[in-house]
Design a protein around this ligand. Sequence first.
Ligand SMILES: Cc1cc2nc3c(=O)[nH]c(=O)nc-3n(C[C@H](O)[C@H](O)[C@H](O)COP(=O)(O)O)c2cc1C
Length: 163
Amino acid sequence: MEVNSELFRSAWSKFPTGVTVITSNDHENNVHGMTANAVLSVSNDPPMVIISVGIDRQSNSFITTNKRFGVNILSDDQTDWAEFYAMKPENRGDALPGEIRKSDNGIGILDGALTFMDCEVTEAYEVGDHTLFLGTVVYAEGQDGWPLLYHEGDYLSLNEDPD
Ligand SMILES: Cc1cc2nc3c(=O)[nH]c(=O)nc-3n(C[C@H](O)[C@H](O)[C@H](O)COP(=O)(O)O)c2cc1C
């Protein structure tokens, strides 16, 4: 069977993941976000991560310029953030689903995210239609909670006993 992009996407939709919002800064230094699940822990010492960002994403140009990004791991009550930052930027409107503050490095932290990691880009590799940004984690914070999951186009929770 020929592996066209539709089949490839469908194959990977069977693979459940967590959900993050990658934050960066736009050219006016405003927080910009992008929903992402192509995120990988690479090294513990030093702490390093890889994110895969489509070449046509606005985030790609902001991360390439500023050489910084944030990884916000979403909790199961943050589906609205995931949906918001999966939309094309021109369709998002001005009303954010919640509060955002900035880290000491000026990177956006979504209120209520389970984990935030502040990353400096160490290397960038162009692979097909994406760029792999390898980042060193220079700051992290977090809180307890249930993660948001993504599987076959649906947002899910592991919590079988919600409040
Ligand atoms: C669950 C989910 C995961 C996604 N993961 C990625 C990803 O890892 N990399 C990517 O480039 N786009 C990913 N996307 C698509 C982007 O979120 C979407 O194209 C967004 O509009 C890009 O925003 P930007 O152009 O402002 O950067 C994902 C979308 C969803 C719904």
